[in-house]
Design a protein around this ligand. Structure first.
Ligand code: N01
Length: 501
């Protein structure tokens, strides 16, 4: 099909204006698809970087990699950019692409239904809008979760979640409890330690925190990168290769992780001299099973006399503070750094497919999608950062770009003639899921409790392979994995069928 003659006026609805949704929108816009709307319930673009404004928020992948490969023209202030800078970067990308007028912020999509050959999107105000293609790009980490501890509503002080930081609360001189020691906590804790009067950290499981080799970029480095663009590309490639090594190690050679564990042990001994504190901070599971965290000041902060680490399980929240079996730690403010709702994908939106079956019903046993992108019975719907496409190491932006390119190819088929549908076959879906299931027990993530698993114990989040493997697979021909149905004739393409891929 001549791309220039394609029916480019098809209506495309993207849900989410974070890295994923914006990437899909930019790639489609570049191909000439202008009848496109990006919906986001937040007041601005940025997704997770719009929502997570807690002190110390920063990326834990170097910015050269944690950015679009096609928009590298940026002078990052630090090797690992801070949240507000990433948020500005995404806004700038949207502006440069001329996308702003197609992004509808403060607009929540509450449900989407496949209705007579098109998608009907119900918005928060009850109105309904229609689209030919639906691209949910909501991410895995958008609904903050509070552990089911009794008494939270009775707490007399201020209480909030890291993902909904209350900037109106003045922490100066206050006694503050932080519950949780995951990625968000280990960034927040050092960032607020100087401000608060006393800090109590509640740890359930000790994380592996590796030293973060962060530093500001100098003006000289910026000039160098601006002048020699290939050097920036080289740096990006080198970082990509570094993380790719870990992606192989995670599922092929977990033994290689033993070396990293030794490095961590050495770093911990160097930074924490008190043997009791060091013992409390020593993880008791295989490194990599939970996300490996990066910080250059977390352990140093826990050494401070005004910072306490509590490892006793929390039994309740009381009006005065946080209770454990031995008493109540009285505090003025409680910060929940307890992560996100991850056992259910797309939990904030109801999606109804062919014959009225909802995605929730389809996924009652486990969330899954062919290459994390497509689900049978949900024609013309493609997910960004869907099930089993998260990475244990590296930059999710690489995966997102790969997915957006795959979606563009599918949209090219849909655009060939009005009413065309592209739907993954049940065979392709089942075969892919079978492969994921077979690989799952061999991965490093199978060995401990982590947020990657659903309530049945399935790892529904991580891609058990390398970024390269994933990219190659998404570049394969769409057929025979997808069924392409034109309105007048049904073509079930065989491997020899025509395909833009
Ligand atoms: O959440 P988490 P997060 N009592 O689920 C603890 C991404 N991210 O927001 O380990 C005491 O990792 C829980 O303990 P345990 C990144 O992908 C990226 O920190 O379950 N503690 C854990 O310590 C990351 O993986 C960046 O035993 C309780 C913590 O709460 C993902 O987001 C920055 C508890 C939750 O940690 C989630 O990170 C931030 C209880 N009852 C986040 N219940 C970047 O840098 C739970 N916990 C890009």
């Amino acid at each position: 099909m001549d791309a220039d003659n394609a029916h480019r006026d098809i209506r495309i609805a993207v849900i989410g204006a974070g890295f994923g949704g914006l990437c899909a929108a930019m790639k489609l816009d570049e191909r000439g698809y202008r009848n496109l709307t990006v919906y986001d319930r937040a007041p601005d673009v940025g997704g997770t970087w719009q929502a997570n404004t807690y002190p110390g928020a920063a990326c834990d992948a170097p910015s050269h990699l944690y950015s679009y490969s096609f928009d590298q023209d940026v002078d990052w202030s630090y090797r690992f950019a801070h949240g507000p800078e990433i948020q500005r970067y995404l806004g700038r990308c949207a502006d440069r692409a001329g996308l702003r007028h197609r992004i509808r912020t403060d607009t929540e999509v509450t449900r989407a239904d496949w209705d007579g050959g098109e998608w009907a999107l119900t918005l928060g105000d009850g109105s309904v809008e229609r689209a030919d293609v639906l691209i949910p790009a909501l991410g895995h980490l958008c609904v903050p979760v509070y552990p089911p501890l009794p008494g939270r509503a009775d707490f007399a002080g201020d209480v909030f979640h890291t993902a909904r930081w209350n900037h109106d609360v003045d922490l100066r001189g206050k006694s503050v409890a932080v519950i949780g020691t995951g990625s968000s906590a280990i960034q927040t804790i050092p960032a607020i330690a100087d401000t608060v009067g006393k800090l109590t950290v509640f740890q359930r499981t000790a994380p592996y925190v590796m030293y973060k080799l962060d530093a500001p970029y100098t003006e000289r480095t910026h000039r160098f990168y601006r002048r020699f663009g290939f050097a920036r590309k080289f740096a990006r490639g080198a970082i990509w290769g570094y993380f790719e090594f870990f992606n192989y190690a995670f599922w092929r050679f977990p033994g290689a992780m033993a070396l990293l564990r030794r490095v961590h042990g050495r770093q911990l001994r160097k930074r924490v001299s008190d043997p009791a504190l060091r013992a409390a901070l020593t993880p008791d599971y295989a490194i990599g099973c939970k996300r490996i965290l990066l910080s250059s000041d977390y352990y140093a902060t826990l050494n401070r006399p005004d910072v306490d680490l509590v490892t006793e399980p929390i039994t309740a929240i009381t009006p005065k503070g946080v209770a454990t079996a031995t008493g109540t730690h009285e505090v003025d403010v409680i910060v929940f750094a307890t992560g996100f709702e991850t056992s259910e994908f797309l939990s904030s939106i109801e999606i109804g497919g062919r014959d009225g079956k909802t995605l929730r019903e389809q996924w009652s046993e486990r969330a899954a999608a062919y290459l994390g992108l497509a689900v049978p019975n949900f024609p013309n719907m493609f997910l960004i950062w869907g099930p089993n496409t998260n990475l244990g190491a590296g930059s999710i932006v690489s995966m997102i770009e790969t997915q957006a390119e795959h979606i563009v190819r599918a949209v090219e088929r849909i655009a060939e003639s009005p009413g065309t549908t592209v739907e993954v076959t049940t065979e392709a879906y089942d075969a892919f899921l079978g492969e994921i299931r077979a690989r799952e027990p061999k991965t490093i993530w199978a060995g401990c409790d982590n947020w990657y698993r659903d309530e049945h114990g399935n790892d529904i989040h991580n891609w058990p392979g390398s970024m390269r493997d994933y990219r190659n697979r998404t570049r394969r021909a769409l057929t025979p994995h997808y069924r392409v149905t034109a309105p007048t004739a049904t073509e079930s393409h065989s491997a020899s069928g025509s395909d833009v891929g």
